[in-house]
Design a binder for this molecule. Structure first.
Ligand code: AMP
Ligand code: ZN
Length: 139
């Protein structure tokens, strides 16, 4: 897609520190290096984010994660990693070409902070929401 940063990276028009490439996907180091080794995995085909992927593309892209994650962990000797995919601005997406972050973790104060706040929820509200989602997903 014209004027898409990650399409340009996929086409080699903008340089990147590539770590993996095949016919359909590319992985390269994120320029921000939130932690050492912070990597992005993208489909070469332009889609906005996961919400726009069909199952075939998702299968192709997400299937690469275990191999890349293991390689990244070995190369950086990280203790673990967070795998994050931001969808839409409200969720922190700033580049609107689908990508998955692999962020190696070294300590709790290594540059990435993720905090899940627990909220009260009653089981009837949860069940009703689950019903709504089940009907959307076709179950
Ligand atoms: P997100 O906020 O999930 O959309 O992530 C976009 C990511 O792209 C950010 O972590 C940026 O640091 C990264 N980024 C932006 N430009 C480049 C670039 N030229 N090469 C590598 N990573 C980039
Ligand atoms: Zn693109």
């Amino acid at each position: 897609m014209e004027n898409c940063l990650f399409c340009k990276i996929a086409e080699g028009q903008i340089p990147s520190a590539k770590v993996y490439e095949d016919e359909h996907t590319l992985a390269f180091l994120d320029i921000s290096q939130t932690t050492k080794g912070h990597m992005l995995l993208i489909p070469k085909k332009h889609v906005r984010n996961t919400l726009e992927m069909d199952e075939g593309l998702a299968q192709t892209v997400f299937a690469r994660l275990p191999k890349l994650a293991r390689a990244l962990q070995k190369a950086t000797k990280a203790g673990g990693m967070n795998i994050i995919n931001n969808n839409e601005e409200i969720a922190g997406q700033t580049v609107f070409h689908a990508h998955i972050h692999l962020i190696p973790r070294y300590s709790t104060d290594d540059g990435l902070e993720i905090h899940f706040t627990a909220h009260d929820s009653d089981s009837s509200a949860l069940n009703s929401l689950a019903d709504d989602i089940r009907s959307e997903v076709g179950q």
